[in-house]
Ligand binder design. Sequence first.
Ligand SMILES: [Zn+2]
Length: 111
Amino acid sequence: MSNEPDLLPPPSYPRSGLPGTTVRFHCLRCEWFHDERPDLEPTPPIRLPAHAHGATLEQVLQSVTPDEITSAIGAAADERAKAVNQRIDHAFTDHYAEAHPDFIPPVLGVS
Ligand SMILES: [Zn+2]
């Protein structure tokens, strides 16, 4: 994490306890919020190294190292997190432009 002040308040979880999870990001200036549903987020494809091969999934997995699988899963998770962060960033940028044009949007360091 950087030393930037945390300008975006921690999200709330207004529907915790129910099936599915809503993560709610609140505007610092008004009652507006942006909801994310991480449980509905599509999982990006896991891209194995080019040398991965085999006729069955088991053979394919045996043709790569555990580190390569870990790396591929990590890359897919990063891709998904980046897409979520961009969507939140755009939602807040649009909201600030519309509702608070004098306000400089916070740095969105959403993890
Ligand atoms: Zn607002």
